[in-house]
Design a protein around this ligand. Structure first.
Ligand SMILES: Cc1cc2nc3c(=O)[nH]c(=O)nc-3n(C[C@H](O)[C@H](O)[C@H](O)COP(=O)(O)OP(=O)(O)OC[C@H]3O[C@@H](n4cnc5c(N)ncnc54)[C@H](O)[C@@H]3O)c2cc1C
Length: 438
């Protein structure tokens, strides 16, 4: 990346701190009397939503017992992985430890939940520990179903032109290894997005844009035959952004195939097979492929009474929450946070930031025996990287309306500012959310 000149640095120093400051202050829990309770709150998942809600609750409650259940000790800043996979960040920048962010006094059960028993207000861990609760927050994130793609082997990511940023921090690094090798030659490139709801629906697009940009920088874009396959009839759920992305793909010479699901891959012979809703098969030979798997709620949620039983979210086993309160529709002492929620939109870290105060407020009001009118609008956001040094600040609500948080940023215009947000400012803002301060 080009060095930033002094005047620009001054501009960044003065203006770019505004949204971060906003992130740190505007939704901070107001100074208020702590609510006295002896309620036992169990939080399943020690990712962004789990830790952020634990911090807020421990600050606002006096006497509550808070238990976090999650086997994982490392904490990953997943929004940084597209930067790792594009060769812009070292992987180490996206790894941290969960313990560093847990509030003092919480109990941490280092095991995964194997069963939810909401009728008896209990969970059971893989190790067989049964834990009762008064309130439950489910924040397990979503499950990556690579096994739904026949022939896919996640241990092969980085070899044979195979990339996939979603799988893990190592896969993000390995994706860059494969992409870096490919950009030196160009050739046949393939990228996909699944037909299911997914975390950060912008990430498959960001990876395609960054692949095109890396090829352009290496002078190989024009020699590359690049096709993007979408499992849906669109490439993005908000029509204005869908149009923007399709137009940009056209400018870059990227072909788009809609309603094509990646069903199998032959890693050795570098061939991907896509299937249309009518069952028609298309085979694509490639030199480099970026794979995004179908996603669902984790199996343990999907197989539990907490999952949607019918309707559009039942297939993926997503958590049956009311989209405005994030409270379970059948078990009122259960709340859902983050990617696991079966709501119309909102599987981003930004959604978690906006959702934590909703869940915490409703939970505390429930402890107080009160009803709360706070309603969630489904805020979803991510800076959509369009090339190195440029991004579009995408922000919308459940209905797909723009909900810009920074008045001077045009939601339909790429900017260096949005790029700087992604590249430099979102990690500190993410940490502020973890601490329950944003
Ligand atoms: C490549 C990529 C790029 C992204 N880019 C952006 C972006 O630019 N902007 C943005 O806002 N968001 C982005 N996101 C999305 C963002 O990272 C997620 O929306 C956010 O992390 C969701 O938080 P969560 O708490 O729901 O889940 P997570 O942070 O994923 O945490 C889930 C936790 O639950 C635990 N868990 C799972 N199953 C169990 C179980 N059975 N028992 C106990 N614990 C369990 C896991 O170990 C994990 O610790 C991106 C994600 C990816 C992968």
């Amino acid at each position: 990346m080009k060095p930033v000149d002094a005047s620009r640095r001054f501009w960044l120093g003065g203006v770019a701190t505004l949204p971060l400051a906003a992130a740190l202050s505007t939704t901070s829990a107001p100074a208020q009397a702590r609510v006295r309770t002896n309620a036992h709150i169990v939080i399943v998942g020690s990712g962004l939503g789990g830790i952020a809600s634990a911090n807020r609750l421990s600050r606002q409650l006096d006497g509550a017992r808070i238990t976090i259940v999650d086997k994982r000790e490392a904490h990953f800043y997943q929004p940084g992985w597209t930067l790792v996979a594009s060769g812009l960040w070292p992987a180490a920048k996206t790894v941290d430890s969960n313990a560093r962010y847990h509030p003092a006094g919480v109990e941490w059960v280092k095991d995964n939940v194997a069963e939810f028993d909401p009728v008896a207000n209990a969970i059971v861990t893989e190790g067989g520990q049964r834990i009762g609760y008064d309130f439950l927050i489910v924040a397990t994130g979503c499950q990556l179903n690579y096994s739904a793609i026949e022939g896919m082997d996640t241990s092969a990511i980085g070899q044979n032109g195979l990339g996939s940023v979603y799988h893990s921090i190592d896969a993000a690094s390995a994706t860059w290894t494969a992409m870096d090798a490919f950009r030196k030659t160009g050739g046949r490139a393939v990228a996909n997005m699944p037909h299911t709801p997914m975390k950060c629906a912008g990430a498959p697009i960001k990876m395609a844009f960054m692949l095109a940009d890396r090829l352009r920088q290496a002078g190989k874009l024009e020699q590359t035959d690049f096709t993007f396959y979408s499992g849906l009839g669109t490439v993005f759920g908000v029509p204005a952004y869908n149009q923007f992305i399709l137009k940009r793909f056209e400018t870059l010479g990227v072909e788009v195939e809609l309603n094509q699901r990646l069903t199998s891959i032959d890693i050795g012979s570098r061939r991907a097979t896509f299937v249309s809703p009518e069952g028609e098969k298309t085979q694509a030979d490639y030199d480099f492929i970026h794979v995004v798997p179908p996603m669902s709620a984790p199996t343990v949620v999907r197989n539990s009474p907490l999952a949607w039983q019918e309707g559009p979210f039942a297939g993926g086993g997503w958590l049956e929450v009311d989209e405005k309160t994030l409270r379970h529709r059948r078990f009122p002492n259960v709340f859902g946070l983050g990617d696991v929620n079966g709501t119309r939109r909102g599987k981003t870290a930004a959604t978690v930031k906006a959702g934590v105060p909703i869940v915490v407020t409703h939970l505390i009001e429930a402890i107080n025996g009160q009803e709360n009118s706070l309603q969630f609008n489904g805020y979803t956001s991510c800076p959509l990287i369009t090339r190195e040094g440029s991004a579009l600040l995408v922000e919308f609500d459940y209905d797909g309306n723009f909900v810009p948080s920074i008045p001077f940023i045009d939601p339909m215009k790429e900017s260096y500012f949005a790029w700087v947000m992604k590249h430099r400012m979102l990690l500190p803002a993410y940490r502020a959310v973890l601490h329950g301060r944003a």
